[in-house]
Design a protein around this ligand. Structure first.
Ligand SMILES: Cc1cc2nc3c(=O)[nH]c(=O)nc-3n(C[C@H](O)[C@H](O)[C@H](O)COP(=O)(O)OP(=O)(O)OC[C@H]3O[C@@H](n4cnc5c(N)ncnc54)[C@H](O)[C@@H]3O)c2cc1C
Ligand code: SF4
Length: 338
């Protein structure tokens, strides 16, 4: 047992100043990821700053027709919120494809963004891992890498970001509101998570002393034609091997607007502007969907155990776009559990 201090933040400014005062402190929200990491001694904070009671639990409409989600809204409340169910069902589906009902009741929206990779070596402190201990090496590149990335990898790290919710947020072009010692700022979702490059210890572009306060969705929700397709080893309670958030706006069968984001394939939710651009103006059909899939995967690289993901992703993209175009999202998981 490694001792640590515990303090509750009274407001956002207090949370930020407590964090700035202790370089080894960590925020704790639902604790569903951080506590596991502390038990494995992967995270060893000197102090936990409990932000779970801060008033960041509202889901509200914004002046420009979007929705602002407080960072402490539990995943379950968010998925079942009427504004999200009706206007952003892609987000509701993605959230409900993740974890379990009990975990979703505890997990916060902000914590979901900041959850860490599920690479087995990251959790195993007896093995080298550049993300856990920079410069120590990557055990996955020549080790077991079935769940690892096929896009955007580096020689330093081939881990994936494990979130489902973030894949939908990437497709919906969310923005992340953060507060720090020098004030508040907004980060486009595409810029929030990082590729590993030569600094895989950094998952995001959030500065150390900053706290996530909210996530903002633009008005465009793609509620008519969307799908979140999650392919995994078990039907529930498993992280994605590959997941696809697909959203279309159609006009008499022609694609006016397209969004496509993948999970389980990279260090961040993977969006490809070239593939989306290629879909625009095309008839919504297999030819266009196959072309988009080929574009997304043009630079994919498989390792010893995960090369199957390239073909899985290709077929998954075509299936997800087909379901989205039909207005028939495959997932039944957004039905409320009695
Ligand atoms: C068994 C299991 C299965 C799971 N399966 C899935 C799955 O299939 N799909 C999926 O998407 N997720 C899955 N999860 C992950 C789960 O969604 C995350 O653990 C959860 O979202 C984290 O939220 P939290 O509030 O509990 O974060 P915490 O554990 O409290 O914190 C996680 C990290 O975020 C930081 N943090 C938290 N809030 C903020 C904030 N507002 N600002 C700045 N930093 C912050 C903390 O300091 C910490 O580093 C699973 C988890 C478990 C344990
Ligand atoms: S893939 Fe990344 S997280 Fe996994 S062992 Fe390599 S450096 Fe560590």
């Amino acid at each position: 047992m490694i001792n640590f201090q515990y303090a509750r933040a009274v407001d956002v400014a207090d949370a930020v100043s407590q964090m700035a005062a202790d370089p080894a402190a960590k925020f704790i929200a639902g604790g569903t990821n951080l506590i596991d990491l502390m038990k494995e001694q992967v995270e060893r904070p000197s102090r936990l700053i409990d932000i779970s009671r801060l008033p960041l639990k509202a889901v509200e409409e914004t002046a420009d027709g979007g929705v602002r989600i407080g960072a402490l809204v539990p995943n379950s409340d968010l998925a079942y919120h009427p504004l999200i169910e009706q206007r952003y069902p892609l987000l509701a589906s993605a959230i409900l494809a993740g974890a379990s009902q009990q975990l979703r009741n505890m997990a916060s929206a902000g914590g979901n963004l900041l959850q860490r990779t599920r690479c087995y070596y990251f959790y195993d402190t007896a093995t080298p891992c550049n993300k856990r201990e920079p410069g120590s090496g990557c055990s996955a590149i020549n080790g077991l890498n079935r769940m690892h990335a096929i896009l955007g990898t580096s020689e330093a790290c081939i881990a994936t970001h494990p979130s489902d919710m973030c894949v939908a947020l990437a497709a919906l072009e969310a923005k992340v509101h953060v507060s720090g010692p020098s004030g508040a700022r907004m980060i486009a979702f595409a810029d929030f998570h990082r590729l590993p490059d030569n600094a895989p210890q950094l998952d995001t572009n959030l500065n150390r002393n900053e706290i996530v306060t909210a996530i903002e969705l633009p008005a465009r929700g793609f509620a008519a034609n969307y799908t979140y397709l999650k392919i995994r080893d078990r039907l529930s309670y498993a992280f994605a091997l590959v997941s696809i958030a697909a959203a279309l706006e159609l006009d008499k069968g022609t694609i006016n607007e397209a969004r496509l984001a993948l999970g389980g394939v990279a260090h961040k939710p993977w969006r490809d502007p070239a593939a989306e651009a290629a879909l625009r103006g095309q008839p919504a059909g297999e030819a266009a969907f196959r072309q988009a899939a080929d574009l997304v995967l043009r630079d994919a690289r498989g390792y010893a155990h995960n090369a199957f993901k390239i073909d899985l992703a290709r077929r998954g993209i075509v299936r997800a776009l087909t379901q989205a175009a039909r207005g028939a999202p495959q997932s039944q998981s957004n039905k409320k559990i009695a």
